[in-house]
Design a protein around this ligand. Sequence first.
Ligand code: ADP
Length: 181
Amino acid sequence: MESFLNGRVRVLTGDITRQETDAIVNAANSSLLGGGGVDGAIHRAGGARILEECRDIRRTCFPGGLPTGEAVITSGGLLPARFVIHTVGPIYGHHGGREPELLANCYKSALALASRNNLASIAFPSISTGAFSYPLEEAAAVSSQAIADFLKDESSISEVRLLFFSQDDLNTFLKNHRFDD
Ligand code: ADP
């Protein structure tokens, strides 16, 4: 398994819903009411409770939907992870050039929420690189830079896992990341 930043970041293939980290991150859409890809898999495996909590958050805090780059937290329902952190990635080509900043915000918002909740481990899928069409090469550079920037000033998170669905995707990440070590 490849690791970076003195072992604090691990990169691997697998299914995000099977991770036994304190939190897993959902590549949600702004409705917070479920979708395909990672979102569908998390709600299928996690059961109805996660969706109920998402509905409550939507009604009470984000009636217009969760803005791109922001993050909210629910319980993990039936998942091995204790919590799910839901974030909305940018749709590639829909944000007038702000896509890298918005994608970086997703990683930083999710990590900040984990830190605020005293969570030590978190697993990310490759946000925006499925239905939202963000090229994996570019997403690899942006996500690794955002994670490195965040972890530099933070010590309570001891493990960040980056999950890729296929070995090809993982190899693309390994060729394009910006971790120093
Ligand atoms: P987005 O809408 O943000 O693009 P998607 O869920 O469509 O999110 O896809 C994001 C990435 O997650 C894609 O690279 C996809 O192949 C991958 N993926 C889909 N399902 C899973 C899963 N269960 N575990 C890990 N990665 C997944």
